[in-house]
Design a protein around this ligand. Structure first.
Ligand SMILES: Cc1cc2nc3c(=O)[nH]c(=O)nc-3n(C[C@H](O)[C@H](O)[C@H](O)COP(=O)(O)OP(=O)(O)OC[C@H]3O[C@@H](n4cnc5c(N)ncnc54)[C@H](O)[C@@H]3O)c2cc1C
Length: 230
């Protein structure tokens, strides 16, 4: 690391992220500013303090609530947990929104099944959670994104991926009102960016006096890749 001129600052805390750098607290809680061109966030996450206080069986290492593959607590069958605060014993799934949303459907069905079982004196088994990896979508800033799906078989990047990502988010909102709001927001951002690209293109044309295409990132073309399944 030293050879590559990488400085590692241990036990420093990020207090604030600014456009031109970070406000940090050192080991002695002294505040200082670190100028940066590019900031990459790689911090981990931990369950909220309320989970730590709960008297329920947890995974000793992560302090997440241990659940069965039906997503109910190992200890209390009428307590369900999903998302970042839970850990399925023997079946680790990523801590992502995609997982949390899929788990919410399983939990809804299982709560209803438990209530029906109690009411009708039945013993129908609970549904087991099965994670379906739909792929990954990543925003790469202004009018740029990447989408990878079908186990890496399908890939899309550039402005089309940016629009596609926003459209998928809108479609997957839990309620119609939220979908419409997200759709309008996506449409507004895309139209705004399109108009600003047209203006920037025309400005370049005017400045250069020739038909030279704009070289800003917004005009970057989209790339679609279709690979053999991994
Ligand atoms: C910087 C960052 C980027 C991420 N990017 C992605 C991504 O691109 N794609 C992806 O799939 N995942 C991403 N994730 C992960 C994703 O956000 C989580 O996996 C997902 O939100 C987990 O959902 P959850 O419902 O378990 O928790 P959360 O979404 O955190 O919801 C927990 C809710 O509980 C509320 N809460 C907390 N304490 C209390 C309390 N005492 N009383 C009442 N309410 C309370 C919180 O306010 C919050 O609304 C990212 C996470 C981070 C931190």
């Amino acid at each position: 690391m030293d050879y590559s001129r990488v400085t590692v600052r241990y036990n420093n805390q990020v207090k604030e992220v600014k456009e031109d750098g970070l406000v940090l607290l050192d080991e002695t809680q002294n505040e200082y500013f670190l100028a940066s061109d590019l900031i990459l966030f790689t911090a981990g996450s931990q369950p909220s303090s309320i989970i730590k206080q709960l008297d329920i069986e947890k995974d000793p290492r992560s302090q997440k609530i241990l659940v069965t593959d039906s997503l109910c607590s190992k200890q209390y069958s009428n307590v369900f947990a999903l998302g970042d605060c839970s850990l399925i014993e023997g079946n680790s799934v990523p801590a992502t929104a995609q997982v949390a949303v899929q788990q919410s459907f399983t939990i809804t069905k299982n709560i209803l099944r438990q209530l029906n079982n109690e009411e009708r004196k039945e013993n129908k088994p609970l549904e087991k959670f099965q994670y379906l990896d739909l792929g990954e979508m990543l925003s790469l800033g202004d009018y740029d994104a990447t989408i990878s799906s079908l186990n890496g078989w399908f890939g899309l990047s550039g402005p089309l991926a940016f629009v596609g990502r926003r459209a998928v988010y809108a479609l997957r909102m839990p309620t119609t009102v939220q979908s419409v709001k997200a759709g309008i927001a996506a449409g507004a951002v895309t139209t705004g960016k399109f108009i600003s690209n047209v203006f920037s293109f025309l400005h370049h044309e005017e400045a250069d006096g020739s038909k030279k295409s704009s070289s800003n990132d917004g005009s970057r073309g989209s790339t679609v890749t279709v690979n053999e399944a991994k």
